[in-house]
Ligand binder design. Structure first.
Ligand code: IVH
Length: 718
């Protein structure tokens, strides 16, 4: 399947926006899955979104968000259970989706360890159980507590519930003094069907799948409910141990089995990728007859001393990977193409489909991205889907890739109706009738109506209340639409006048459909709280094109206050030629423009967009009305950390105590930036034997240079 969001062609601004979107989608998905046990998106979609996020971050490392989904596992524990801090974090696994990615995993492990292709390197392969992970702590052979994964650092104390599971021994003989056993709680297909039948007969809640049933059953505040639910447990890993279990993964699993845990019978020792893939296919072939859900195969480096050397990335081990089974797809008929108008006027085509079930969810809409995508080419004019265009009446393949809008992956030309004609993308905004134009280099056609276009106005408001902007609880997209339609909120300032205008005795608001006295009071209080707002949130919330969250922070830090920024923009706007778009050099020569262009991460496109937006009387008056109602908080200074945090370092020559990859990972974990070449921006060069031109350059530039041992001492690894 093709990656629908073509990460390689995203601009920096698009990437930044997409990262904001992904953080929101993934956060909601995490909460739905981990806290409510009611997933909103399929695992395959979740994986794909996480991967898209990681790919964008790999291309634009500077855009990585502090709340990046890549650094998060699950969601913080729900209220109601006691919390337990994991002594060793409970991590997640990286994913591979095809054979080449498995081979790549092997290559990267070898590279990290400095092993050649011919050297022996064994892995274990075992089913990835689709349940929820649990950590069991035994002290002196007695089960002292059981904790769910939670956010990876802190989980929920479900000891009483775990004690009702017969696969979980409460005492162990011949166990290390401290032993944390980790594994998966799950429910068999048979038990799941029986439970749902019983629940239905009693008028209780039925579960969508065995995993939700297992999660819902384990996370019961009343253990007697859990006791009545048939849960099972496979052990596959461990946390703290006072004495090592074995030298190998396979040996450790054997030891857990000997201690009385159930371990998966399909766990095998494999000699390399070919062997692993053979076992993957074997497991895949047996999948339907196992009697419980699995969603892939997990490979782990067998030698535990190598596992220790490989260590971890922020949330995943380098020594293991999950090879997932393919996502679900479905074919259906494209009935119509509708056009939606977004915040910046972008016309987005949406496919209306004959409803079809994809991965257990009924799908009737899908995104078609833009006019090029429909025509069968990417943003560089290269053919996609072998150049096949998409027409109303076509038979199309869909998959779900977001919590809202699924995607169209392919079209079957053999089923194209004879009457089908190429889709003519509109040149007029369907919402306000203004001309819709496509600027050179832009994949998107945009309505030129600005705020007179109701679709743009309402989308701007939705953006304004979104998570990374004002994040007003109780005022989501749905409420904004409702208020907009009734003309209670037409621009951001109206939100802060809502209580004054319509709150009198809460009469008006609380009488509206969907609002009671309590929810109305909550909304007003949430709005009041946001009258004080961080400067960068305000900037981001304005919804100015190209002004993403990261740029908003950069601008906020550089200008410090709204007035400072607005004055600079006003000065820049008095140079009208500038807005027409001369070169960066000419603009940088202008004192007003250079105030913006000197900021790292702020370019000509963004500055033009910002200056133009603030110079438009309509828009500016609207912003001024808003700013007058707010208290804007100045940005905080950047945080510092280890002795090398924030430093740019370069490794050169050969290292003796570790591979280059290992050294780089360690440095990055400490907050350093590892560069490939020496420049004036380099703070420190670590030179080993054989260092050549880079060491010479460092000398010329007078950059501090140290050897490997001094480096290890500096970072406290000596
Ligand atoms: S090993 C440090 N092995 O998959 C990594 N995990 O996506 C420890 N899972 O949180 C995990 N079957 O809940 C491992 N055979 C298996 C697994 C498995 C299911 C789950 C586990 C983990 C998640 C990661």
């Amino acid at each position: 399947m093709q990656d629908q969001f073509d990460v390689d062609t995203l601009t920096r601004e698009e990437a930044e926006r997409r990262l904001v979107e992904l953080a929101g989608i993934l956060d909601r998905a995490n909460k739905a899955y981990h806290q409510a046990d009611a997933p909103e998106i399929s695992d395959a979609e979740y994986d794909r979104l996480k991967r898209e996020n990681a790919e964008i971050e790999a291309r634009f490392p500077e855009l990585k968000r502090r709340d990046s989904p890549s650094d998060q596992i699950g969601a913080a524990p729900a209220e109601g259970f006691q919390k337990i801090a994991h002594s060793v974090p409970m991590l997640s696994l990286g994913n591979a989706f095809d054979d080449t990615e498995v081979a790549e995993f092997d290559r990267s492990v070898r590279k990290y360890l400095g092993l050649s292709e011919n050297e022996e390197l064994d892995y274990t392969a075992e089913p990835k159980i689709d349940g929820l992970s649990l950590s069991l702590r035994y002290e002196a052979g007695r089960l002292v507590h059981a904790a769910t994964r939670g956010d990876g650092s802190v989980g929920e104390n479900v000891t009483a519930n775990a004690c009702t599971i017969s696969d979980i021994p409460q005492t162990l003989t011949d166990a290390p003094d401290v032993l944390e056993v980790r594994g998966e709680v799950y429910m068999s297909h048979e038990d799941f069907a029986a439970l749902n039948a019983r629940q239905a007969a009693d008028g209780g809640k039925t579960f969508a799948n065995p995993r939700n049933a297992a999660a819902g059953s384990l996370r019961q505040l009343d253990p007697s409910v859990t006791a009545g639910r048939p849960l099972r447990f496979f052990a596959y890993a461990w946390g703290s141990v006072s004495q090592s279990l074995a030298d190998t993964q396979i040996g450790a699993i054997g030891k857990l089995a000997a201690l009385g845990f159930r371990t998966n019978p399909l766990t095998r020792l494999c000699t390399g990728p070919e062997d692993m893939l053979e076992h993957y296919r074997d497991i895949e072939a047996r999948r339907a007859t196992l009697g419980y859900d699995i969603d892939g195969v997990v490979y782990k480096v067998n030698d535990l001393s190598l596992q220790a050397r490989l260590g971890f990335r922020s949330t995943t081990p380098r020594w293991a990977i999950a090879h997932k089974f393919p996502a679900e797809l479905a074919w259906t008929r494209l009935e119509a193409i509708d056009i939606q108008v977004g915040r910046t006027g972008a016309l987005s085509p949406v496919a209306r489909l004959t409803p079809v079930t994809v991965g257990g969810v009924v799908v009737s809409n899908a995104t078609l991205h833009n006019e090029d995508y429909i025509a069968g080419r990417d943003s560089n004019g290269q053919p996609i889907r072998d150049g096949k265009d998409i027409r109303v009446g076509d038979w199309v393949q869909v998959y779900r890739a977001g919590d809202v809008i699924p995607k169209v992956a392919d079209v079957d030309l053999s089923k194209r109706p004879e009457t089908a004609v190429p889709y003519a993308f509109p040149h007029i905004c369907p919402e306000c009738g203004s001309e819709a134009i496509r600027e050179e280099g832009d994949a998107v056609r945009r309505c030129t109506g600005g705020l007179i276009c109701p679709a743009q106005a309402v989308e701007k408001l939705k953006h304004f209340v979104s998570r990374a902007a004002f994040d007003i609880e109780g005022l989501g997209a749905k409420q904004v639409e409702q208020f907009f339609e009734d003309r209670w909120i037409r621009e951001p300032a109206d939100i802060f006048l809502l209580e004054e205008r319509y709150g009198s005795g809460l009469q008006q608001l609380k009488n509206r459909e969907g609002w009671g006295a309590k929810s109305a009071e909550n909304l007003f209080s949430a709005i009041r709280q946001r009258r004080t707002i961080a400067f960068h949130r305000l900037l981001f919330g304005l919804g100015i094109r190209h002004l993403g969250e990261v740029a908003a922070k950069d601008l906020a830090r550089a200008f410090g206050t709204w007035d400072g920024l607005a004055d600079a923009a006003d000065r820049a706007a008095t140079e009208p030629a500038a807005i027409q778009g001369p070169s960066r050099e000419t603009l940088a020569a202008s004192p007003a423009w250079s105030e913006f262009l000197a900021i790292d991460g702020v370019g000509v496109t963004l500055t033009q967009s910002l200056v133009t937006a603030l110079a438009q009387a309509h828009e500016r008056e609207s912003i001024d009305r808003l700013v007058a109602l707010l208290t804007i908080e100045a940005p905080a200074a950047r945080a510092t950390g280890s002795p090398v945090a924030g430093k740019t370092v370069v490794f050169t020559g050969s290292l003796e105590k570790m591979t280059r990859a290992e050294a780089k990972a360690r440095a990055e974990a400490l907050g350093a930036k590892v560069a490939g070449s020496v420049s004036a921006k380099t703070d420190l060069v670590i030179a080993g034997p054989g260092a050549g031109s880079k060491a010479k350059k460092a000398e010329e530039l007078g950059i501090e240079m140290i050897d490997e041992d001094s480096w290890l001492e500096l970072i406290g690894d000596a």
